[in-house]
Design a protein around this ligand. Sequence first.
Ligand code: NIG
Ligand code: FE
Length: 404
Amino acid sequence: MSAHLVIRNARVVTCDPARGGLGILDRGAVAITGGEVTWVGPEAERPGATREVDAGGRLVTPGLVDCHTHAIFAGDRANEFAMRAAGKTYLEIAAAGGGIGATLGPTRAASDDELLALLAGRLATAIAAGTTTIEVKSGYDLTVAGELRLLRVIARAQQRGAPRIVPTLLAHLVPPERRADRSAYVAEICDQLVPQVAADRLAASVDIYCDEGAYTLAETRAILGAAKAAGLPVRGHVGQFADLGAAELLADLAGLSADHLEQISDGGIARLAAAGVVGVMLPGAAVQLRLPVPPVDKLRAAGVALAIATDLNPGSSYAEELPLQMWLATTHFGMTVEEAWLGVTRHAAKALGLPKVGTIQAGGPADLVVWSVDDPAAVPYRYGSAARLIDTVYAGGVCQRGTA
Ligand code: NIG
Ligand code: FE
């Protein structure tokens, strides 16, 4: 049977683990039918197709996977950016009434349609920069009804098509108005919100911010325990400011990912590696908040798979484009170009529990980027305004941008 479309004369970066490294095929071709890749191999052996596109020897890669975003919020915190530029720290600003708490008011006040429009605008920017799969967390309402509302708006965005959205329930913080009785609030999350989210299938996993100024380890254990009991996989914001022991907890719970990791012990690293938990690097947030670089050398040596994400949020990283994070990962985090690519493709998909996504292989989704450059290093090298390096983005076999 002939394919709907064959992209030929391509430098195919398959990211297929069976091929090793980035799995690059020079003079390669990719066949697509419907929403799936049906064949990938040397172009001389390509199947017949209704239509062929000549990639001109340039890169064809998996669509990028952004595995950590807080893309649904209203308002901004440019004032905090200016305060940090003048020397204040993120934690000082948060303690003085800024931080996550400052985004709750505008988000709660926004209508569903306003939130959907804001989210859709960010998704459009992301897809133009090559993102075909994006995780979106709740976490800027922090009431039971409000968090359910955010997840329902995310589900509406998902119905509109590309990019593929992976929704996450995020226990971000105990909101200021509930701090007098934290345990009652945590019980509400465990007994009401998590079971409701699971019953309505509103999230693919539950995330929690376990850190100084956010949730304690005991609260984290309770909330992630409730998630597991409801059948939901777990992940965590771990060690951005302080190592509270959440890496070890996530390893115990067979978590999908541990994100940030600026502060993590050697023991915590060993536990993540042994449990196959993905480490998610968020260089935009770390550099902007002037945090120490995570111990990438130790994580690599231990065999922790490293993903890279934007952390798109109004506080620490207001940025939609993954190639810019690839630049920060290579220039500031000591990651190689190969690690940068795997970090925004296969390893990011692993952090989301999505097999075959983030690779180009038969039976996987036809999520592809045709670039206007032919060297994998050129993408982080020519940082900023990634869209100018992109010819075409296919999501589920459907062309999102460009001429093809
Ligand atoms: O991942 N660390 C917690 N959450 C975000 C910051 C969110 C905010 O400041 O609004 C992060 O960096
Ligand atoms: Fe985050």
